[in-house]
Design a protein around this ligand. Structure first.
Ligand code: 48H
Length: 266
C-alpha cells in the first residue's frame, strides 16, 4: 500500500534541512562566489583537500557560461592541457582535431556540479555575494550575502554575513568581488600591474588561455581571483568557448589555498 503523504511534513523537511545546511555554512574555510566552470572545479578540489567549501550562485542553475557552449551550440572545446581535468570529472570528450577535445556543455555542467557536491562542497543557488567583510588591516574575512530575488526586486532588505578564511572571486567577466574591494576599501591595492582593475581585453584565445593561469592568484589579502574574472582584473584577453583555462584556473586556485592553509606541501 502506498504511504500516506502529508504536505506539512514535506514543508518542514525542506525548511529544516535547508536551515541546517545554511547554519553550517556561516563559519567556514572557503567561500566561492559563482558556480561557473571555474567555481565548480575549485569547489571539488578544495573539498577533496579537506576544506569546508561553500559556493554561492546568483542564478537558479549552476554552470555559468558553460551551458550555452559557443553561441548556443551546446558543445565546448578543451585543449590538450585540460584533458586530465575532464577525465578527473569523468566528462566524455572526443579529440576531433589533434589536441582539441570536444565535450557536451550540459554533461560538463552536470558532472562538474555533481563532483563538487560529491566531494563535500555545498552549493547555494539563488544567493548573491553582494559585499565583503574586512578585519585585521583590511584582510577579507568573509562575504555578505543576499537572496537574488531581493536583489532583483530592489527591496530594501538587509543582508547577512558568512565568515571564512578565503574568498574566491569566480564571478566571470564582471569580477564582481574584486570590483567591490576596489570600490569600497579606500586605497585598496590589488595584485595587478597598476594596483587597480585593468579590465578584460578583446579576443585572443592563445594569449587569453595562457594568461589565465598567471592571473589566477591572491589578488588582495584573503581574496583569490580565478577564471574569467582573473583575466578581467589583470588585463588578459577573452578566449571564446574554450575551457581548459577555466578548469586549470579552478584547480590552481584550490591548490594555492590548500598550500596557504598547510593542507598540501609543494
Ligand atoms: C554569486 C555570482 C555573482 C555574485 C556572478 O561566467 P562564468 O561561467 O565564469 P567562469 O570564470 O567560471 O567561466 C567563464 C566562461 O563561462 C566564459 O564566460 C568564457 C570562457 N568566456 C570567453 C569569452 O570570450 O567570452 O560563471 C560565473 C558565475 C555565474 O553563474 C554567475 O551567475 C555567478 O558566477 N555570479 N554568484 N554572487 N555576486 N556574480
Amino acid at each position: 500500500m502506498a504511504m500516506d503523504l502529508d504536505e506539512i511534513t514535506i514543508t518542514k523537511l525542506i525548511i529544516n534541512s535547508y536551515m541546517r545546511d545554511l547554519i553550517d555554512a556561516t563559519d567556514i574555510d572557503v567561500v566561492i562566489a559563482g558556480s561557473g566552470p571555474t567555481g565548480l572545479t575549485a569547489a571539488k578540489y578544495l573539498a577533496e583537500g579537506g576544506l569546508k567549501t561553500i559556493v554561492f550562485e546568483r542564478k537558479l542553475s549552476t554552470g555559468g557560461g558553460c551551458h550555452g557552449g559557443g553561441m548556443m551550440f551546446n558543445k565546448i572545446v578543451v585543449q590538450r592541457e585540460g584533458k586530465f581535468i575532464l577525465d578527473d570529472f569523468k566528462i566524455n570528450s572526443i579529440e576531433l582535431e589533434p589536441g582539441y577535445f570536444v565535450a557536451n556543455s550540459l554533461e560538463t555542467v552536470a558532472k562538474l556540479t555533481a563532483s563538487a557536491i560529491d566531494a563535500g562542497a555545498k552549493i547555494f543557488n539563488l544567493i548573491s555575494v553582494e559585499d565583503v567583510m574586512i578585519r585585521e588591516a583590511d584582510k577579507i574575512t568573509g562575504v555578505v550575502i543576499q537572496w537574488t530575488a531581493v536583489e532583483m526586486a530592489k527591496l530594501h532588505v538587509d543582508p547577512m554575513t558568512i565568515r571564512c578564511k578565503y574568498v574566491v572571486d569566480a564571478t566571470g567577466h564582471d569580477a564582481e568581488i574584486c570590483n567591490i574591494v576596489q570600490r569600497k576599501i579606500p586605497g585598496a591595492r590589488l595584485e595587478t600591474e597598476t594596483g587597480k582593475i585593468i579590465g578584460e581585453k578583446p579576443m585572443w584565445t592563445q594569449i587569453g588561455e595562457k594568461m589565465l593561469i598567471e592571473t589566477t592568484k591572491q589578488i588582495y589579502p584573503g581574496l583569490f581571483v580565478a577564471g574569467m574574472a582573473a583575466n578581467a582584473v589583470s588585463g588578459g584577453p577573452r578566449m571564446g568557448p574554450i575551457f581548459s583555462g577555466m578548469l586549470i584556473s579552478g584547480r590552481k586556485v584550490a591548490v594555492d589555498i590548500l598550500e596557504n592553509l598547510g593542507k598540501i606541501k609543494t
